[in-house]
Design a protein around this ligand. Sequence first.
Ligand SMILES: [Zn+2]
Length: 109
Amino acid sequence: MFCKNCGKEIDDKAAVCVHCGVAVTNETSSRTNTLAIVGFVLSFLVPIAGLVCSILARKKCRESGEGGEGLACAGIIISSVELGLEAVSVLLFGFAFVPMFLLAGSAAV
Ligand SMILES: [Zn+2]
């Protein structure tokens, strides 16, 4: 696990951090990664930012053993779906308007 105070890797069973001397509790595993929460919220508001945050959060959760990996996965899925929907709507928009522009162009000439 990693020390909450200095962030350095320490023994899982250590009671005190060997790097900074701060008492270590095992609550890191029950704590939810903040970035996972941020990524989850952002996935609804700004999908691309939510996707990036969620990917980083999932990586961090795996490294530090913090909770929130499920939340990060949900953020990745939600933002991916939203990005997909946005891409589809952009394509539909393009397919609907390009022929109109072509028609307008040929009519003008
Ligand atoms: Zn430490």
